[in-house]
Design a protein around this ligand. Structure first.
Ligand code: AMP
Length: 213
């Protein structure tokens, strides 16, 4: 099964897709992660992407769509992909639809995590990611402590786009560009809306319930 996970920035897509990857032997494709990897390389393209990420707007569809085709065409991931952060606008939906047909695959579920703007802003501003183990914490909701995090605190980093101004822009971009994507999948009866404000385990339980039903 291929799954699409949609939600505003900070909705918990990353955490929940990691859970799904483990339990259902899926492969995660996070366009945000792929873009951040390019930024780390400090390539010409990476420098351009960094400035776009810091504005909180979307990177051009051409860059994103090429990244996606590389993965969809790989037989190792056939019908076992979880899309985290893609498609993010109607153009990307059309491109994904054509690739799904081209590689004879299927979208089984589109899961939308719903979280209010105020919670989102706090989640984003407080987000800390350990550069050593990859775990994500939050200064307000899930403080890294000895019992839940073994690495030194010096490894805790913030994403450069996790500040209030960019977070607000990213939320506005989500409303403008990504909400129409939900309507598209609703019309195809593939959309499942999930309350993304509760505890991580409760949200994941609901996701599993949907997949098993
Ligand atoms: P994320 O890690 O999913 O929150 O994405 C971080 C940033 O990467 C977004 O604010 C966008 O600037 C960019 N980005 C990620 N995925 C996409 C996409 N599918 N299309 C365009 N831009 C994207």
């Amino acid at each position: 099964m291929n799954i699409i996970l949609i939600g505003p920035p900070g909705a918990g897509k990353d955490t929940q897709s990691d859970n799904l990857v483990k339990d259902f032997n899926l492969y995660k494709i996070s366009t945000g992660d792929l873009l951040r990897e390019e930024v780390k390389k400090e390539s010409k393209l990476g420098i351009k992407i960094k400035s776009i990420l810091n504005q909180g707007v979307l990177v051009s569809d051409n860059i994103i769509n090429d990244l996606i085709e590389n993965i969809l065409s790989n037989k190792d991931y056939f019908n076992r992909l979880i899309f985290d952060g893609y498609p993010r606008n109607i153009n990307q939906v059309k491109h994904l639809d054509s690739l799904i047909k081209k590689y004879d695959q299927k979208i089984s579920y589109v899961l939308s995590l719903k979280v209010d703007k105020d919670v989102i802003i706090k989640r984003i501003i407080g987000r800390q990611i350990c550069s050593k183990c990859g775990l994500t914490f939050n200064e307000f909701f899930n403080t890294p402590m000895k019992k839940n995090h073994l690495c030194d605190i010096k490894f805790l980093k913030k994403r450069s786009d996790d500040n209030e101004k960019t977070a607000r822009n990213r939320f506005e971009t989500y409303i403008k560009e990504t909400l129409p994507v939900l309507d598209h999948y609703k019309n195809l009866n593939l959309l499942f809306e999930i309350d993304g404000t509760g505890h991580i385990h409760v949200i994941y339980k609901e996701i599993r319930r949907i997949i098993h039903s």
